[in-house]
Design a protein around this ligand. Structure first.
Ligand code: NAD
Ligand code: ZN
Length: 355
């Protein structure tokens, strides 16, 4: 193998706006772990948030932390007890390793595990590094015809899969997606693959809506930034032609979008809230939801969704290549983050090549 060079260039976040490239020792895989040569790492909004603010909620970068959690890699060394993988396997890395022992884990809701170790959520290191060790049972072997970019994209795609499953999206559903960022777009692709008949999607920016249109949205609707919530909701009623969706999936998570989600979902339908854009308490027309039995559900990452996300891509039902707009090398980490942060060049998913 090609480990002789000992080069383990790593992208480490030291604090607010302090991302450094440095050499780290190559880690050793322990029991049930594999050493991976990382190939692709997508940048997520949360990575950018840690860089710009140094924290998300109660998670604070107090010590240097390796950034990145949307990754694929190649197995280069097996730890003791690993039977599901072989050296040379190309894998997608599910970044959250749960305890596998608690009641949440045992009930299959391991995303709620209190002992979760999630890449690039402080104090846990991420995987924007050349060599990285991960639990073998959280690595998914990619079939030959899937790309390493596909492998990295399984992370956001799993969020869309989780949201659509929890929302009950099925054959013939009409779905409204609020926000056409990476998460809104993977949700669009998933809902379509699950048989939704009509998918409406909104955003503030037209370039993201153009991609949504190409990916098969029934109708894309641009929201005007200056509009009052009431005006925006009224316009949406008109755009929907008063045919309210069975399922609304909020992939931006602001007060306006959550309000919209309540008011515009069909009576008896479901509002999924995936977006976490609002950092403060929000004011919502809850009575409207209660009186019309609109169920409001949250989404926290994913659980048991990686394999389904993989199947969606390997079967050709989902193609996420239109989302990958920018490519950088790990040496260009700072430029990559700058593009993701500023939006200059109309990025959707920024992909870092580590190989
Ligand atoms: P993003 O910021 O790239 O996308 C959000 C999109 O919403 C943007 O394109 C923006 O233009 C659009 N938007 C803003 N205000 C809007 C409005 N009023 N109406 C319609 N669209 C509007 O982020 P992303 O990576 O796509 O993630 C989306 C959200 O999901 C983020 O808040 C992120 O933190 C959250 N997220 C949650 C989970 C989870 O487990 N629940 C996982 C991943 C991401
Ligand atoms: Zn657990």
């Amino acid at each position: 193998n090609n480990m002789d060079d000992q080069d383990n260039l790593t992208s480490v976040l030291y604090g607010v706006r302090d991302l450094r490239l440095e050499q780290r020792p190559i880690p050793k895989p322990g029991y049930n772990e594999v050493l991976l040569k990382i190939q692709r790492v997508g940048i997520c909004g949360s990575d950018v948030h840690y860089l710009v603010h140094g924290s998300i909620g109660n998670y604070v970068v107090n010590e240097p932390m390796i950034i990145g959690h949307e990754a694929s890699g190649i197995v280069v060394k097996l730890g003791e007890g690993v039977t599901n993988l072989s050296i040379g396997d190309r894998v997608a890395i599910e970044p959250g390793v749960s305890c596998r022992m608690c009641t949440f884990c045992k009930n299959g809701k391991y995303n709620l595990c209190l002992d979760m170790k999630f890449c690039a959520t402080p104090p846990i290191d991420g995987n924007l590094t050349r060599y990285y060790v991960h639990a073998a049972d959280f690595c998914y072997k990619l079939p030959r015809h899937m790309t390493l970019e596909d492998g990295a994209m399984l992370e956001p795609l799993s969020v869309g899969v989780h949201a659509c499953k929890r929302g009950g999206v099925t054959v013939g559903s009409s779905v409204l997606i609020l926000g056409a960022g990476p998460i809104g777009l993977v949700t669009l692709a998933t809902a379509k693959a699950m048989g939704a008949s009509k998918i409406f999607i909104t955003d503030l920016t037209d370039y993201r809506l153009n991609v949504a249109k190409k990916m098969g949205a029934f109708k894309v609707i641009q929201i005007n930034k200056g509009e009052s919530d009431e005006q925006a909701i009224e316009n949406m009623r008109f755009e929907l032609n008063n045919e309210l969706p069975d399922v609304t999936i909020d992939c931006s998570g602001f007060q306006q979008t959550m309000k919209m989600g309540i008011e515009l979902t069909k009576s008896g339908g479901v509002l999924m809230i995936v977006g976490m854009g609002a950092s403060k308490n929000v004011e919502l027309p809850l009575f409207n939801a209660l009186a019309r039995e609109v169920d409001i559900k949250g989404v926290f990452r994913y659980a048991n969704d990686y394999q389904d996300a993989l199947s969606l891509i390997s079967s050709g039902k989902v193609n996420l290549s239109p989302l990958i707009t920018h490519h950088y090398t790990i040496e260009e980490s700072l430029e990559a983050f700058k593009t993701a942060e500023t939006g200059v060049g109309n990025p959707i998913k920024v992909m870092i090549h580590v190989d």
